[in-house]
Design a binder for this molecule. Structure first.
Ligand SMILES: O=C(O)CCC(=O)C(=O)O
Length: 293
């Protein structure tokens, strides 16, 4: 009987792993996990609402995400990198911020609603027609749909300014000869700062390339602006300051306020006349406080 029992339930000591073996295996796996963590191949999931829905991810998570999408191109946006172009005003370009599909989507959404652009009357704070701004445009409400929500989330991640502080996206269209003379984005009247306070920063996203002209120019930027690599490609207007040539998908971020919250006059900027082609862009103005959309 005893023999039979032994046959059905073989001797544990001879075939099951010993405590020393189990301990060694745990040690080896822990060691491997530590190596993978230190190489960044493995990551510990964040406990904060799934990570992606955070409004304020830290810098390393952004750079990891950028690095990941640039290597696998998983979002169809091409290689992404940022470039500081000026400290006065504080301005940088985020290359390939939007995909071609996102650019085309915004244009198609805006097209049926385009109206002649207006400017703010600094005496009354109300919108008025003006010869300084000859483009056409329309606003797309904040959080309007999934695509816009994804873009607005990306803007918040890049700028560290909460989605709630942003105005709706404005889509602009400039035809040949159309322009926006140099101006400030901040307000000098009380009427326009009641909702959300002052405009602190602007993100200009280029939805199309422009064959000639149409640069965004900062005429009072400090620094040697003729040193930019694209100097020879600029129009006469573009050579009047630090200029950015529109390139589909690129985004230009600049700050209208300094870190000490004073208004930065070097943020004066304008859209040069388009000489050849069409210019489509989208502007996100960001306020100091929540902007009630
Ligand atoms: O189109 C541009 O390059 C400039 C646009 C602009 O100045 C604005 O939207 O405030």
């Amino acid at each position: 009987m005893a023999k039979l029992r032994n046959a059905r339930f073989p001797n544990r000591r001879s075939s099951s792993p010993t405590p020393t073996l189990i301990l060694s295996l745990i040690l080896v796996f822990s060691f491997l996990a530590l190596i993978l963590l230190s190489l960044g191949i493995l990551s510990i999931p964040s406990s904060s609402r799934g990570g992606e829905s955070d409004l304020h991810p830290n810098r390393s998570s952004i750079s990891r995400r950028i690095a990941r999408s640039s290597s696998s191109n998983e979002e169809g946006r091409g290689e992404q990198w940022t470039e500081i172009i000026s400290w006065e005003p504080r301005a940088s370009i985020y290359h390939n911020f939007l995909s071609r599909e996102e650019c085309e989507y915004l244009i198609e959404l805006a097209k049926p609603k385009m109206q002649k652009s207006t400017v703010v009357d600094s005496a009354t704070g109300k919108s008025k027609d003006s010869r300084v701004r000859t483009s056409s445009g329309t606003f797309l409400p904040r959080g309007r749909d999934k695509v816009i929500r994804a873009i607005e989330k990306r803007i918040a991640d890049f700028t560290f300014i909460p989605i709630e502080n942003g105005e709706g996206l404005q889509v602009l269209h400039y035809e040949v000869g159309q322009k926006y003379e140099p101006h400030f984005d901040y307000f000098l009247d009380e009427y326009n700062t009641k909702n959300g306070g002052q405009r602190m920063a602007t993100l200009l996203m280029y939805l199309s390339d422009v064959e000639e002209g149409g640069e965004t120019v900062f005429p009072t930027a400090k620094g040697n602006f003729s040193a930019v690599p694209w100097w020879n490609e600029l129009s006469e207007c573009g050579k009047r300051g630090l200029s950015v040539k529109p390139k589909m998908g690129d985004a230009l971020l600049f700050w209208s306020m300094r870190p000490d919250a004073t208004l930065d006059e070097s943020s004066l900027h304008g859209g040069c006349p388009v000489i050849m082609g069409n210019k489509w862009s989208s502007t996100k103005w960001m306020r100091v406080h929540e902007y009630k959309a």
